[in-house]
Design a binder for this molecule. Structure first.
Ligand code: AMP
Length: 513
């Protein structure tokens, strides 16, 4: 009897006394400690009534106990369902009604809301200091019960996608979806027991939880475990790290500080970026400052990681690299999302042409929780997942993302890929970054609008920016309006919130549409 994912993570080290989590206060949690905590939590979950396949919902701040809860859930045979602590009680109520968890773990302040949303679940608490009824009760449980038997196709987690349109969907991830990807990443990035990863990402998301934790646990390495991204703390602790993973904003915020120097970065062998586009400009500035080239990779919640720039070989700024070994990537003619019949094979686009990025492999999820129609619309019968991202692939396999399909602007019947316009605007003097969106327009259907943030201390003139683009791109791609804002709205993973910008500026041309 084996537990496909948990057994592999447990076997990641043959030295249970080796450091697993290095805390900011200097404390250390060993691999053995973490797995004992997980085993006690697993026993508690089982005694609370958790059956294999049941969901464990967790709305918690990042902590050692939350990581142990993830592992304990997998060990007990459950499916882990982490929720962003920023979600309001109303938002959480939707997830709980949809997922029907058997167990909920939350901050004590949220306990009453949780009870209101779920009459039947067992509820435990855990505060941001790692104390609460979960830990009290788990402390009295045995640590030697064997893991529940679970096969490769059994569910290990449900992650709700950020849901920029419509209701948020629960992506069902199996034991082998997670394990196969962790193995692939360990190989691709040569992660070993000697690595210490600086971990400042949230753990309710695929990046911080799976890309970072599964990979390091599988390799038997350690993580410098920080509750959040604080640039001063990261600069202080980086000299102890061999790797860092971050969203692009982490890197731009480090570059904003003069005390982020070549020496601070010198012990790290690789800096990895994902979850949102890394500007070529950030790539260049990072190399200038540290002498190191950031390694950018790409994935979505539903597929885990799919492409990566190489560890050895050319890391190309602006590109997310070739498909990872064992993962297939193709570019198809489906442009604006999954229209057409997913059962019909789409036409493939030639090298260099823009199209929909589709992905197939052992990393691709099992479908959306209780949404067979959505699953059928995005996951083809032959296993290809339609990511919703538009991109190109060069003859040598390097993939470049040009934007989300739903961010595509169609103006006067012509397609405008926001990324192409954003890259030109970002290159103009004084511009830090930009977001190009489509806004309802009475004549054109949609009009191209650019929302632009200046570099610190720079003053931007919308008219001057529009003039600067005049000879650079076709007229239909030029913004009809430029709006200067102090900064672009972003979510916790550093993604620019284009849906919020579209809503905010919907009335710009008379509110048509
Ligand atoms: P999530 O499922 O929350 O991880 O979001 C996945 C989305 O993030 C993808 O569909 C992309 O639009 C975006 N994304 C992730 N990694 C990258 C990257 N390296 N460059 C550009 N976009 C990315």
């Amino acid at each position: 009897m084996s537990n496909h994912l948990y057994d592999a993570l447990l076997a990641g080290t043959d030295d249970p006394g080796a450091a697993c989590l290095i805390l900011a206060d200097g404390g250390t949690i060993t691999h053995g400690d973490l797995h004992r905590r997980a085993a006690r939590i697993a026993a508690l979950l089982a005694d609370a009534g958790l059956q294999p396949g049941d969901r464990v919902a967790a709305q918690l701040d990042k902590s050692v106990a939350m990581l142990a809860l993830y592992l304990g859930t997998v060990r007990a045979g459950g499916a882990f369902l982490p929720l962003n602590p920023a979600y309001t009680p109303d938002e959480v109520a939707y997830f709980l009604t949809d997922a029907e968890p058997a167990v909920i773990v939350c901050d004590p302040a949220r306990e009453r809301d949780m009870r209101r949303a779920s009459a039947t679940a067992a509820i435990f608490t855990l505060d941001d200091g790692g104390a609460g009824s979960l830990i009290d009760a788990a402390g009295a449980m045995p640590a030697d019960r064997p893991p529940a038997a679970r096969g490769p196709d059994d569910l290990a987690a449900i992650l709700y996608t950020s849901g920029t349109t419509g209701r948020s969907k629960g992506a069902m991830l199996s034991h082998d979806n997670l394990l196969s990807n962790a193995r692939t990443l360990c190989d691709a990035w040569q992660v070993t027991a000697r690595d210490r990863l600086l971990h400042a990402l949230p753990v309710f998301h695929t990046h911080g939880l799976f890309v970072a934790c599964n990979t390091l646990l599988l390799a038997g390495g350690a993580m410098i475990w920080l509750p959040r991204f604080d640039p001063a703390e990261v600069i202080a602790l980086l000299p102890r790290a061999t790797m860092m993973m971050g969203v692009p904003t982490f890197y731009t915020r480090l570059l904003d500080r003069p005390d982020f120097t070549r020496e601070v970065a010198a012990t790290a062998r690789v800096f990895i970026s994902g979850s949102a586009p890394l500007l070529p400009e950030t790539h260049r500035r990072f190399e200038e400052r540290t002498g190191q080239r950031i390694l950018e990779r790409y994935g979505v919640t539903e597929t885990n990681m799919t492409t990566s720039n190489p560890l050895a070989g050319e890391r190309r700024p602006g590109s997310v690299g070739p498909a990872l070994p064992g993962v297939e990537v193709r570019i198809t003619s489906v442009e604006a999302g999954a229209d057409g019949d997913p059962a019909t094979a789409p036409a493939k686009r030639p090298d260099g042409e823009i199209g929909m990025i589709e992905v197939r492999g052992p990393n691709v999820f099992q479908g959306y929780w209780r949404m067979p129609d959505k699953t059928a619309a995005e996951l083809r019968p032959d296993g290809w997942f339609i990511t919703g991202d538009l991109g190109t692939r060069d003859a040598d396999g390097y993939v470049t993302i040009v934007g989300r399909g739903k961010d595509l602007v169609i103006t006067g019947g012509l397609n405008v890929y926001p990324r192409e316009v954003e890259m030109l605007i970002d290159d103009l003097p004084g511009v830090l970054e930009s977001a190009v969106i489509g806004v309802p327009h009475p004549d054109f259907g949609e009009a191209v609008v650019a929302v632009v943030a200046p570099r610190p201390g720079a003053a931007l003139e919308p008219d001057a920016l529009m003039d600067a683009l005049t000879d650079r791109i076709a007229r239909f791609k030029q913004p009809k309006r430029v709006i200067v804002v102090p900064e672009l709205p972003r979510n916790a993973m550093g993604k620019v919130q284009k849906a919020a910008l579209r809503a905010q500026h919907a009335g710009l041309f008379g509110g048509a549409g």
